[in-house]
Design a protein around this ligand. Sequence first.
Ligand code: GLU
Length: 417
Amino acid sequence: MSTERVSAWEAARERLESAARLVGLDPGLALLVIEPERVLEVSVPFRRDDGRIELLKGWRVHHNTSRGPGKGGIRFHPAVNADEVKALASEMSVKCAVVDIPFGGAKGGVAVDPRPLSAGELERVTRRYAFGVGPLLDPDRDVPAPDVNTDARVMAWLMDTISMIRGRATPGVVTGKPLAIGGSHGHVGATSRGVTICVQATFAELGMPLAGARAVIQGYGKVGAPLVYLLSSLGMRVVAVSDVDGAVHNPAGLDPAALSQHTEQTGSVAGFALAEAIDPQELFSIECELAVPAALGGVIDAATAASLGAKVVVEAANGPTLPEADPVLASRGIVVVPDVLANAGGVTASYFEWAQDRGGYAWEADVVAERLRRTMAQAFDATWRQSQALKVPLREAAMALGVERIAEATQLRGLFP
Ligand code: GLU
């Protein structure tokens, strides 16, 4: 790990600025595309089960809403802060533009470790946070979704809180809800399916066979766990997986069903009998064809990039690669499919859910799956072509594509007042 770290927002801003330069944006217009529109910080007081009152901090950021309502998840994690939420919101603006869905970028979070909280405590935190940021939320203004450590249950509480406050059912105010209250088929696992589509497309472009190709996955949560199945079903061998408690390695490939059963019983991949325990720090240095960071940001620094054992990185997590690592990966000929493209399956499924809620008509599962496939394939092709045309890595190409589309909408709408 390197010692001098730029903040998450500084890193995000740097990437936005260089994309703006690459596409030749007017400096004034670039300011509108780069700087967040608004940042709301709220106190989130809540009562513990034993009667004590605690107070947490939460945020909701609108980065750019020229293309439509703000869209982006809510994360519950002790490391959440305004700087990180700003960075993640800006990545959502670019992501929604890359897959060309009618949303701007937003993000939210609460600085909390949800693991020691009871279900009741988690519900009270969620409802109070929803109340706090409620003035920013609306189907036409800002639509949250799950992110790190939040799920359909949390989204249900959020939807209920806003609906209670406003006195009317408001399912379109949040996506990633349970099916019974306006959720969509295919939202669960959509990020992982989008990642898989990017893996297939990248390997096809590079002429690399999928059958027998080795993959390592960092993270075994909402995104990483389905990926073990999905990549294995393409004929790939997922040889190593890690989570917060440990990492396991089996050069013959991990058995997805056995691994899933083990984690259901123990809560972690650690101790999985059909594999060897390894130091999680070693995961990315394992020689393989594909590495998928599917946990938190900032995990691939210059040193990790220098020893990375994969030929292709597909970023399922948000912001897993630090800017300092990008040139190292490029110089080693490692192809990186950036987060703003690779993990956009989740927000694309969110768009479908929002459209269904507003239309009051649910789509069949196969309709959702086919539209997701088409949207991801188009975004991948557009990014790949942009990368060839500009002769830049895929990240710069995706950033350029996204920034250009946001700038176009911003310019068409003009400067208020
Ligand atoms: N949290 C997901 C992401 O980072 C999904 C966001 C959404 O659906 O709004 O892309």
